[in-house]
Design a protein around this ligand. Sequence first.
Ligand SMILES: Nc1ncnc2c1ncn2[C@@H]1O[C@H](COP(=O)(O)OS(=O)(=O)O)[C@@H](OP(=O)(O)O)[C@H]1O
Ligand SMILES: Nc1ncnc2c1ncn2[C@@H]1O[C@H](COP(=O)(O)OP(=O)(O)O)[C@@H](O)[C@H]1O
Length: 201
Amino acid sequence: MAGHDENVVWHAHAVAQADRERQHGHQGAVLWFTGLSGSGKSTVAGALEQALHQLGVSTYLLDGDNVRHGLCRDLGFSDADRRENIRRVGEVARLMVDAGLVVLTAFISPHRAERQMVRELLAPGQFIEVFVDTPLAVCEARDPKGLYKKARAGELPDFTGIDADYEAPARPEIQLDGEQLVTILTAQLLDLLRGRDIIKA
Ligand SMILES: Nc1ncnc2c1ncn2[C@@H]1O[C@H](COP(=O)(O)OS(=O)(=O)O)[C@@H](OP(=O)(O)O)[C@H]1O
Ligand SMILES: Nc1ncnc2c1ncn2[C@@H]1O[C@H](COP(=O)(O)OP(=O)(O)O)[C@@H](O)[C@H]1O
């Protein structure tokens, strides 16, 4: 893969992130949801996006299932491919934060190192790690796509939580109890965004 080219120079544009944020009436930030398959990342991120949209906040939801149909369609689930998946999504999220959006991402993102890599792409306070903490047994019982069943049967190798690692965040900005009602979890996240002055109180 081509690396950084010393002949390519960063161009500072006349309209800056702060100008775009002023126009939106809120700050740009990324809410980085992480958790096991079936923990509720997409569901909670989707409910929060709907609530934010109703409040007039400019949002975008990047979801693993969808991104893997396009931007990351060439990637599988080896450690190297997951890393590249998260790197690309991190870069896209960074551009969207620069555009002044509240970005929600829903990726398993199982490794601490990759989540830290994305954190370091963003300015302090703009990366909010949301750990959707749902026990493996609960995720496995939900199994909406039947993937745990396949993984247990040995038909889906490298499945997170079964035969691939999930490293829980040590210090997420917020840890959600994934067995609580989605409305309660959404309210907790709205409080966090207000408390951090990302959206208006
Ligand atoms: N081997 C393996 N391990 C984990 N997940 C798998 C696997 N194979 C397919 N899937 C499906 O892909 C979704 C996870 O994709 P992500 O892009 O979020 O994964 S990662 O962050 O790169 O680890 C995940 O979606 P969610 O259930 O929404 O998390 C699964 O539906
Ligand atoms: N807080 C919750 N309480 C009960 N069921 C939930 C909750 N959050 C999600 N679910 C259900 O769990 C399943 C997995 O949720 P999903 O959002 O697809 O998880 P993920 O994106 O982490 O894979 C879905 O069937 C969803 O309806």
